[in-house]
Ligand binder design. Structure first.
Ligand code: ATP
Length: 254
């Protein structure tokens, strides 16, 4: 019996059948792992997340969840994707609670008491319940990110995909987010894309370098300077990843 949760095998993709964006991608992630995709701009990280979410279809190869490929509708029930630059018009008069509810697709926007309880629970999970009536216009970047995670998880999910979750947030918010992701991984699998390699220290179990192809980077128990890691130079020189300590420790719980 395997506990492989997500597996990609020989996946290739191009937009409009033009330039190949991803070529022969293969990796696997186990249940409750936190995996990060790093790499240079335009390397294909966001495209890979969209493929995993089922929003794009591989040109060749397969992506399996729990051992089989899924249709988009089924993927959407199991996987939540928080895109890069997920933004709300700050002038739009919506409260935090309203936004979280929109994570539940309901005809005519009719939400039951159970839906509202679920939204409240999701807000509690990300420690935003006190801000539930606040307008989204008045949220900080970190609060916005946590709200979007609450929205993504308002219905139960197996996998959370986060694209650049620390973009435009300060160190304190980044630390809170890191704790939240670590906590979430007790119950779900988290895959994230980031350029913020410092964020990955003591957080991730798996690290993948994406630049058209994918290469798993070794995670060592020995410390090194992840902060000075430069994906592009690694690819160009084809040198091994400097030793980093990004292993999530057994006792790392919140
Ligand atoms: N909808 C699209 N149509 C055509 N080309 C696209 C589309 N989206 C992305 N691309 C191209 O695909 C390549 C990979 O883009 P992608 O956004 O996946 O890279 P990335 O690694 O996430 O980049 P970044 O780190 O800058 O966010 C880029 O060359 C990009 O211009």
């Amino acid at each position: 019996m395997t506990d492989i949760h997500i597996k990609a095998d020989k996946v290739s993709f191009s937009y409009n059948k033009q330039q190949t964006v991803l070529s022969d991608i293969g990796f696997s992630v186990r249940k409750n792992e936190i995996a990060a995709f790093v790499g240079p701009n335009g390397g294909g990280k966001t495209t890979l997340l969209r493929l995993i979410a089922g929003l794009l279809k591989p040109e060749s190869g397969v992506i399996e969840l729990n051992g089989r490929c899924r249709a988009l509708s089924e993927s959407a029930q199991l996987i939540s994707y928080v895109p890069q630059y997920a933004k709300f018009d700050k002038q739009f008069p919506m409260t935090v609670f309203d936004v979280v509810l929109t994570g539940l697709i309901k005809p005519f926007g009719f939400y039951s008491k159970a839906d509202k309880d679920a939204a409240m629970q999701a807000l509690q999970y990300v420690s935003l319940e006190a801000l539930k009536n606040r307008s989204v216009a008045d949220l900080s970047g970190g609060q916005m990110q946590r709200m979007l995670i609450a929205r993504a998880l308002v219905s139960p999910k197996e996998v959370l995909l986060l694209d650049e979750p620390t973009a435009n947030i300060d160190q304190e918010s980044s630390d809170q987010l890191k704790s939240l992701i670590s906590d979430l991984s007790q119950s779900i699998t988290v895959l994230l894309v980031t350029h913020d390699t410092g964020f990955l220290n003591n957080l991730v179990n798996r690290l993948f370098l994406v630049n058209k192809t994918l290469r798993e980077l070794s995670i060592s128990d020995h410390y090194c300077q992840l902060d000075s890691y430069e994906p592009l130079s690694l690819i160009q020189n084809n040198t091994p990843m400097p030793l980093v300590n990004t292993t999530k420790t057994e006792e790392h719980t919140l």
